[in-house]
Ligand binder design. Structure first.
Ligand SMILES: *Cc1c(COP(=O)(O)O)cnc(C)c1O
Length: 435
């Protein structure tokens, strides 16, 4: 019996049940993945006990010599992974990393331009219920409704919008956009209107690190990310700068006569701007995950993630589903269920009963509320980590279709659930009692 099981069986049981749920079900949430045991071990280590405000070598607490080693490893591996000048691995999450970007480069009330939440954007890109929309003035660009570019961003429209709203910052990045971005075009628009360019690669960081999607770092002034999605690390955030230099829109400091570098602004926005002590156990786990991502087999994994998504999107199209933009360039697809007469909420709930986990998602030009939605978002990173390949993903697409088509038929849901358990049993995940 583990110490946790002995001392606190209630928490132990909850953890145990969640591990079983992860083992037995088909995890198709596009933002989720499964970390390795070494990453789990680092996260579960006594590094959680350590206060280490500041940066390696410049801490406000004593006794940081060993956590400094861990953070320096995380930083140097991240710089190697993304071929960049500077990183900060301390943000607790993607949202915290993004908050540091706003704090560094905008004043409250300033206008910025981001991708509409309903078109695949993220809450932290100006949603009225998020700090980004509460403190700053958000304007949006979106995807095309019709024509050859349906479901895709038209860069001419982004340029027109930027000219008319004159944003101080333009954000790129999405949670539900299945296509790649034209970073060069975004940068030329930003330069034209005198805006700061920020890329949030939370979803695609792993695919970018593997060199399989366009690289934003040469074009964006700053890039933010999570570390737990395609990058397959612990839950957390990170900030990166391709080439560090003086904040191009910065004012000269009155005393020193100096303009701060972008990296200095971001470092002080993370701490003391927004956070207190960094999570050193998570930073150690980031170092482990970045080490894994530097190995050649991470590239194979990432290529399989994209190949599996491509195959699955094709299978849905063949079965008459309306896949937004007709397919995918990355790890996810967005399915508009309106032609199937089912809402995202209904589909999500029926799939859940067959132990298939997806999330309901707004589709572009949705007429349902965000709580109901007309679509579902499906991603391949997690099940690709478990070793599933193209044949299995084609098969999963058929299982999803069977559930959606027979969503009120308990016998079908039970049969599919049995098939899901059989499939998952062939690809063991965590074959241990975690706690
Ligand atoms: C997931 C995501 C985030 C937020 O990350 P958290 O770690 O959940 O705070 C931010 N931006 C984008 C584009 C995301 O997809």
């Amino acid at each position: 019996m583990s110490d946790l099981q002995l001392q606190d069986p209630l928490v132990f049981d909850a953890i145990q049940k969640e591990v079983e749920r992860q083992n037995d079900g088909l995890e198709l949430i596009a933002s989720e993945n499964f970390v390795s045991r070494p990453v789990l071990e680092a996260m579960g280590s006594p590094l959680t006990n350590k206060y280490a405000e500041g940066l390696p070598g410049k801490r406000y607490y004593g006794g940081c010599q060993y956590v400094d080693i861990a953070e320096d490893l995380a930083r140097s591996r991240a710089r190697e992974l993304f071929s960049c000048d500077w990183v900060n691995v301390q943000p607790h999450s993607g949202a915290s990393a993004n908050a540091a970007v706003y704090l560094s480069f905008l004043q409250p009330g300033d206008t910025f331009l981001g991708l509409d939440l309903a078109h695949g954007g993220h809450l932290t890109h100006g949603s009225p219920v998020n700090f980004s929309g509460i403190l700053y003035h958000a304007e949006y660009y979106g995807v095309e409704e019709q024509g050859p570019n349906a479901g895709r961003i038209d860069m001419d429209k982004v340029r027109d919008k930027a000219r008319s709203v004159q944003p101080k910052m333009i954000s790129i990045g999405a949670s539900a956009y299945p296509r790649d971005f034209d970073y060069e075009a975004f940068r030329s628009i930003a330069d034209e209107v005198g805006a700061f360019l920020w890329m949030d690669m939370a979803h695609t960081a792993g695919l970018i690190a593997a060199g399989l999607m366009n690289d934003p770092l040469p074009f964006a002034h700053v890039t933010s990310t999570t570390t737990h999605k395609t990058l397959r690390g612990p839950r957390g955030g990170m900030l990166l700068i391709g080439k560090d230099y003086e904040n191009p829109f910065g004012k000269v400091a009155p005393k020193s006569g100096r303009v701060k570098n972008m990296s200095e602004l971001l470092d002080s926005a993370v701490f003391p701007g927004m956070q207190g002590g960094p999570l050193m156990h998570v930073i150690a786990a980031k170092a482990v995950a970045f080490g894994e991502a530097l190995k050649p087999d991470f590239k194979d994994y990432s290529a399989a993630v994209i190949a599996n998504a491509t195959i699955m999107a094709e299978a849905f199209v063949e079965m008459g589903y309306d896949v937004v933009s007709g397919g995918t360039d990355n790890h996810l697809m967005l399915i508009d269920l309106r032609n199937k007469g089912v809402t995202g909420k209904e589909a999500e709930e029926a799939l859940e009963r067959a132990d298939i986990t997806v999330n309901k998602n707004m589709v572009p030009f949705d007429d349902q509320s965000p709580f109901v939605t007309s679509g579902i978002r499906i991603g391949t990173p997690a099940m690709t980590t478990r070793g599933l390949g193209k044949d299995e993903f084609r098969y999963i697409a058929r299982l999803v279709d069977r559930v959606i088509t027979n969503r009120t038929d308990e016998d079908v849901l039970r049969d599919v659930r049995n098939e899901v358990h059989e499939l998952c049993g062939r690809y063991p995940l965590y074959d241990f009692v975690v706690a």
